[in-house]
Design a protein around this ligand. Structure first.
Ligand code: SAH
Length: 349
């Protein structure tokens, strides 16, 4: 099988080409064609010798996913269902913020984390996505933005899947995303979101990269969290808190806590109070991103009333916790995580 160049970090490709007797600049040249000029045919890479182009053609490929369906919202959100080489289907979403274009990248085909409110888990994990497939998600969005004179400027690994259940591929992906010779996206514009796999959190803190980490907290205590996130049983707060503290000590970076507002479940003032104590008492260097819930037909949860959200934000802010409410996109398309895919691929009950 041919090896997809999109799956290689520059150091890995350099090493591989050196072993094939090429100069150490060869990989950078090929990266320049692919990421700089968006030229994906080896034959067009005219500064690479004909002999080596033959090697590339026989052993390598540059393979992007295919767009299976595409939905565009009135607010500029683009949601695509991508088809991978083996037929697997994966969602990516482009959100046009006023500060740039962010892509929500999927890291797995389906998800095994089983969060009670999430549409992604309606379909179990089939497999991990490769590094090349995640890079492909971004390149596809770039190709849709190119005619508009724009490019992807922000990446959130917040689509379907649990990134730390696919650690190595995701890490190479974010390195390629951040590389000035590849996707050229600033580290601070890249965020990886985890449901709380503690080994991954600790390891990530030691990578020496400036990429953001978001933790899907969604509840201020174990009891509530375990009701909606099965992972909280394997990693209760007694394990999660030390992992977060270790991450902060190692990386020196501020964490983001994601907190979905679910009506009458976790949106009371009492929950806000507990959340403040959780952050303060454990000396966590974090800010809170409140997420309006995208209702999922198959799930019993409802979004919180605006007044509840506002009261929650006010309480956090008054108590010195930095907090924002996530802007919503794509209200008129299948915007909720995993919704488009579950509709197209079919939810088996
Ligand atoms: N598995 C990772 C990343 C994927 S989910 C994680 O759990 O963080 C990305 C974020 O979207 C998570 O915070 C997740 O809880 C949230 N999410 C899932 N379904 C949602 C929905 N229907 N509405 C709003 N946010 C949702």
């Amino acid at each position: 099988m041919k090896k997809n160049i999109l799956g290689y970090t520059l150091p890995k490709l350099t090493e591989e080409f050196l072993a094939l007797g090429q100069s150490k600049f060869r990989a950078k040249q090929v990266f320049g064609w692919i990421y700089g000029k968006k030229v994906y045919s080896f034959d067009a890479m005219t500064d690479v010798s004909k002999d080596f182009r033959n090697v590339l053609n026989s052993d390598y490929c540059v393979e992007l996913p295919k767009i299976f369906t595409k939905q565009e919202s009135n607010d500029g959100t683009i949601k695509v269902l991508l088809e991978m080489g083996d037929g697997a289907k994966v969602e990516s979403v482009l959100m046009p913020y006023n500060y740039g274009d962010a892509v929500c990248v999927s890291s797995q085909v389906g998800c095994n984390m089983g969060c009670a409110f999430c549409a992604s888990g309606l379909l179990r994990k089939e497999r991990n996505l490769t590094t090349a497939e995640m890079v492909g998600e971004v390149l596809i969005m770039d190709s849709l933005l190119e005619p508009l004179g724009r490019k992807v400027t922000h990446i959130d690994v917040m689509g379907t899947g649990e990134p730390f259940d696919n650690y190595d591929n995701v890490l190479d992906f974010v390195k390629i995303a951040n590389d000035p010779f590849a996707l050229e996206i600033g580290a601070r514009h890249i965020t990886v979101s985890t449901c709380g796999l503690c080994d991954g959190i600790k390891k990530y803190g030691k990578e020496g990269i400036q990429i953001n980490l978001a933790l899907s907290l969604h509840a201020p205590n174990d009891e509530l969290r375990q009701q909606i996130m099965p992972i909280a049983k394997a990693y209760p707060f007694s394990k999660l808190i030390p992992a977060l503290q270790e991450y902060s000590a190692d990386s020196g970076r501020r964490l983001t806590f994601e907190y979905i507002m679910l009506r009458d479940f976790n949106d009371t003032l009492d929950c806000a109070k507990q959340l403040v104590s959780f952050i303060r008492d454990n000396n966590l260097f974090a800010y809170v991103n409140l997420i309006p819930y995208n209702e999922v037909k198959e799930k019993p949860y409802r979004r919180s009333e605006k007044t509840r959200v506002n009261a929650f934000v006010d309480y956090l802010k008054k108590n010195g916790i930095n907090c924002t409410v996530r802007k919503e996109f794509g209200g008129d398309i299948d915007a909720a995580c995993g919704q488009l895919r579950s509709k197209q691929v079919g939810v088996k009950s």
